[in-house]
Design a protein around this ligand. Structure first.
Ligand code: GTP
Ligand code: ZN
Length: 309
């Protein structure tokens, strides 16, 4: 039997909704096809193109996955948490208040680097003026590492028009952030009727239980260009059990010029003699803060490795 290519536009646990490639998410909810994964349980992500055998009007079985351009996920031990596939960029929402976790930001940046996906850092709630200076001070490092940083307030439409929309127009963006950073407020401001659309999806996906804790894609018009925004649940952790130490080292942009320059080829940049990374820290080319971050990641990899075997 022949299969039909479809794009996954929502996922909740092991349930998926998809649309045929000619349809948009702002059409009637009856266009959504509920998918089941056949055979070997494989992880699928919002944004994946899958080949589907229709089983009834609004249902189908996933037969295979089309090759991904990229794949963004986090993982704790063997549990893989798919966030999105085939995206142009990851936008990480931070806020002046409540304070965001720089650790989680750093981890998300590593995942994006390994997956070779562009990043945008959004500082939201810049109208909270008494917290602005400290948020800016924390984030000032990241543009130096090559990550674009913009400042917005979801309560000030002009800041979205001038700062945010030009970055989103014509692109597929995964929007992520810790709970409370204002991700939903940004999406509400960007996409009209989003709450209604979310309710429709949630009724199909989760048999009537209204939940917003699923990942879903909205195709929308931004500055006259077809754009996709993928909304993901607020996260409180960011496991990276999938990576090797070398991948992490290469995912730190300021480490890159020094890798391979140490005396020992397998240098871990801990306290080895003639370590180029440690020398760069002493010269102020790499911050102490990022080295500490790197050491914490390394410790965690050791922990995963020992716990696995
Ligand atoms: N002052 C100010 N408050 C904001 C802004 N954006 C959002 N908020 C408030 O911050 C709180 C959290 O916003 P949400 O949009 O629900 O945050 P979220 O990141 O979607 O959080 P979860 O739904 O828990 O994932 C709400 O009380 C919003 O009104 C902003 O730009 N300025
Ligand atoms: Zn070294």
């Amino acid at each position: 039997m022949s299969t039909t290519p479809m794009r996954i536009i929502a996922s909740y646990g092991h349930q998926f909704l998809a649309l045929t490639l000619d349809k948009r998410t702002d059409m009637d909810a009856s266009a959504y096809i509920q998918l089941v994964a056949r055979g070997k349980k494989q992880g699928y992500a919002v944004g994946d193109i899958v080949n589907v055998t229709p089983t009834s009007n609004n249902q189908g079985a996933i037969e295979s996955l089309q090759e991904r351009r990229n794949h963004f996920y986090r993982s704790e031990f063997n549990k893989q948490k798919n966030l999105a596939a085939n995206i142009d960029q990851v936008a990480i929402v931070c806020a002046t208040e409540p304070a965001f976790s720089e650790e989680l930001l750093g981890r998300a940046l590593i995942c994006a680097e390994v997956a070779e996906i562009e990043v945008l850092i959004i500082l939201n709630k810049v109208d909270v003026s008494d917290k602005l200076a400290s948020a800016r001070a924390t984030l000032s490092l990241y543009p130096q590492l090559g990550y674009p940083l913009i400042e917005v307030s979801s309560k000030q439409a002009d800041s979205l028009d001038t700062e945010l929309k030009p970055h989103l127009a014509g692109k597929t963006t995964l929007l992520m952030g810790q709970s409370g950073m204002g991700k939903s407020s940004l999406i509400n401001a960007l996409i009209p009727d989003v709450q209604l659309k979310t309710r429709e999806i949630s009724s199909v996906l989760n048999s009537g239980k209204h939940t917003t804790t699923f990942t879903r894609l909205f195709d929308c018009d931004i500055n006259g260009q077809a754009s996709d925004i993928i909304d993901s649940p607020g996260f409180e952790q960011f496991g990276m059990a999938q990576f090797s130490l070398s991948q992490i080292q290469h995912a730190m942009p300021e480490f890159k010029p020094y890798l391979g320059q140490c005396r020992f080829h397998n240098c871990k940049h801990l306290q080895e003699p003639q370590c180029a990374v440690l020398a760069a820290i002493a010269e102020g080319q790499i911050t102490e803060k990022r080295h500490q971050f790197y050491l914490r990641l390394m410790e965690q990899l050791d922990y995963y490795d020992h716990a696995r075997y």
